[in-house]
Design a protein around this ligand. Structure first.
Ligand SMILES: Nc1ncnc2c1ncn2[C@@H]1O[C@H](COP(=O)(O)OP(=O)(O)OP(=O)(O)O)[C@@H](O)[C@H]1O
Length: 608
């Protein structure tokens, strides 16, 4: 049991709306859980629950774990705390009350990859975002919004972007729905409140009319300005709800005995009070891929050894990097390190659009459909892969690739209709061969084995596109024991002796996966983008950034840096906050790797 600080005790005692602020690891989450348990004991009527709302599933996992760890909370108290993501909570409201805003009764979620596919045609009509004028940007945004709205109204396909806005409309438009929710959840905890977007804030305003709100926030961990977080958000909360305020300030329980939190604060201020910080280590590397990645690998191996030797169960070592590209590069390096180093087992938080659409192709091939049109369906899925894998920024080359495949398919089918063999030079030839090979595979009913067999057929094929699909699909970890996909496929096989519904089962599994909350927090070695680390904690953190490329000593490019281009520019507030969030995720040690010839500007003293 933890000894609560005076400020934490204040949170437990106060009534009414509350705003709990405090730095990283100051115990906001912990005290809010104890508070929820207390409310459960003292203030709830039968059937009522406390809702704990969070942005990301990963945070939800951590909160669930924290609840489990709180030994002084009884099982009964735990049962009344409902931890959920904004997405999942909003979807429940939309499914029940969406008709109030003109949605059809039957709705499905348009997942991000499928949303990307649906919008790619429209988006492809515009130049890259950086080259658009403000008017073009506004027009593009408006057209995207109209299309999302149309998909929802006419086809019942609702994408995540619409969730908050529509739930806001429902709640502000219907006192009945508001009352319903507040009766069910008289108390709502809002995690990471500083990152609430304008649309989410509108929902919160409505929820607070009937429910008591407890907002947890660290204004200086606000790292989502680019998608609508607002420095004024805490003031909006103050002005609307007049909450009692509880500042847990600089207490740091996460990395007690270290100076990690102190260092985090000094990054914000740009003034370093010490030359050494307990628990913070620096390492420089030479600006070339070989030496950079070798330095990283060495650090990872050392960190891993420390943690294994520490004999802690479920240890975690996070490698945090500034960009998605870097996540991929680091993951590739760990898979095949230089020299004689064996592969380093890890998980990587890569963008899932490509892998998910690749998984749809594997699932389709598992079906082994021999019907007329099966090949057309395969090519269509391949086109969808190209349309959707770039997410909200489809790549022109990918769209052209999809168009090329469609044109080739038309020719292919025209030949077949005329009783002629397929065109000898068709780009689809290799694809067709793989298709036939997949159909001919002898499957066993063990989804894991069969999935691998199809993947191997793609990997070993002469079709470069399907080869790439096989690589992408390796990022999907849906077939692990006990997952919905695995069970669904097993059931399918039992019912029919084949995987005839594999594609549908896979699609459903991804939606389910998005809402699943029962996951354990990540353990082992994990690679992720710095932005994704928010709200998490790891035993050790390694921060690794890109390096400058030079020609005749001059820097000609400087990609993947913590600060764009590693250029000092004004206050660099967002970059500082982002860096501080990453640094303070560690419990025992943070290691920072930066290029020797162009050290991260945030590590240099500000010129006063
Ligand atoms: N009063 C306390 N005494 C000792 N340990 C504590 C106390 N309060 C919290 N902790 C521990 O400190 C760690 C960090 O706490 P918590 O996750 O609640 O912080 P937080 O303010 O939510 O952090 P962040 O904003 O960085 O996500 C947890 O492991 C928690 O168990």
């Amino acid at each position: 049991m933890v000894d609560l600080t005076e400020a934490q005790k204040g949170v437990l005692e106060a009534e009414g709306h509350q705003l709990v602020t405090g730095g990283p690891g100051s115990g906001k989450t912990t005290v809010s859980i104890l508070k929820a348990a207390k409310i459960g004991r003292e203030a709830l009527k039968p059937g009522q629950r406390i809702l704990f709302l969070s942005f990301a599933r990963a945070t939800v996992s951590r909160v669930l774990e924290a609840i489990d760890e709180e030994k002084q909370i009884t099982r009964k108290e735990k049962a009344v705390i409902e931890v959920d993501t904004y997405h999942a909570f909003f979807w429940r409201i939309l499914k029940t009350h969406g008709y109030l805003v003109g949605f059809p009764r039957r709705m499905t979620i348009l997942t991000p990859p499928n949303e990307a596919i649906a919008l790619s045609g429209l988006r492809s009509g515009y130049k890259a975002a950086s080259k658009l004028t403000d008017e073009e940007k506004a027009e593009k945004k408006e057209r995207e919004e109209a299309e999302r709205e149309r998909l929802a109204r006419d086809e019942g396909k609702v994408c995540f972007d619409l969730f908050a806005t529509k739930v806001g409309d429902i709640l502000h438009g219907s006192q009945k729905v508001r009352t319903l929710i507040s009766t069910m959840y008289p108390f709502i905890v809002l995690d990471e409140f500083q990152d609430t977007s304008a649309e989410q804030w509108r929902v919160v305003e409505a929820l607070g009319m009937g429910s008591t709100l407890i907002a947890l926030a660290d204004p200086e961990q606000r790292i989502f300005d680019f998608i609508g977080a607002d420095p004024e958000r805490l003031n909006h909360f103050r002005a609307t709800f007049h909450p009692s305020e509880h500042d847990l300030a600089g207490d740091n329980h996460r990395s007690k005995g270290t100076e990690i939190a102190l260092f985090g604060n000094d990054i914000l201020a740009g003034q370093f009070r010490k030359s050494n910080y307990e628990g913070v280590h620096f390492e420089v590397f030479e600006s070339n891929p070989n030496q950079a990645f070798t330095t990283l690998t060495t650090q990872v191996l050392q960190g891993r050894k420390r943690l294994i030797d520490g004999e802690k169960r479920d240890w975690s070592l996070a490698i945090l990097v500034p960009t998605k590209k870097m996540t991929r590069l680091v993951s590739d390096t760990l898979r095949e390190p230089f020299g004689n180093v064996p592969p380093i087992g890890h998980s990587a938080a890569v963008d899932m659009e490509g892998p998910i659409l690749a998984a749809e192709i594997v699932a389709f091939l598992l079906q082994q459909g021999r019907q007329a049109g099966a090949f057309d369906d395969l090519v269509e899925l391949l086109c969808s892969y190209y349309h959707g894998r770039g997410g909200s920024t489809p790549n022109k080359g990918d769209l052209e690739e999809a168009a090329r495949l469609r044109a080739a398919l038309a020719k292919w089918n025209a030949s077949a209709a005329a009783g002629k063999p397929p065109p000898g030079n068709s780009v689809l030839k290799a694809t067709a061969t793989v298709h036939q090979a997949a159909i001919a595979l002898v499957l066993t009913g063990d989804p894991d084995k069969d999935w691998r067999a199809v993947r191997a057929a793609l990997e070993g094929s002469a079709c470069s596109r399907l080869k790439e699909v096989a690589t992408q699909v390796r990022n999907v970890r849906l077939l692990e024991r006990g997952t919905q996909l695995r069970q669904g496929l097993m059931q399918d096989w039992r019912d029919a002796g084949s995987y005839r519904n594999a594609l549908e089962i896979t699609r459903r599994a991804f939606v389910q996966e998005h809402f699943a909350t029962a996951h354990k927090p990540e353990t082992g070695v994990i690679v992720m983008n710095m932005h994704k680390a928010k709200g998490k904690q790891f035993d050790e953190v390694i921060i690794f950034e890109g390096w400058p490329r030079r020609a005749k000593r001059e820097i000609v490019a400087n990609p993947d840096r913590i600060v764009t281009g590693n250029i000092r520019d004004g206050a660099m507030t967002q970059a500082r906050q982002n860096f501080r969030v990453s640094v303070t995720r560690a419990k025992s040690r943070t290691t920072i790797l930066t290029p020797r010839d162009d050290v991260c500007v945030l590590l240099l003293e500000d010129e006063a």
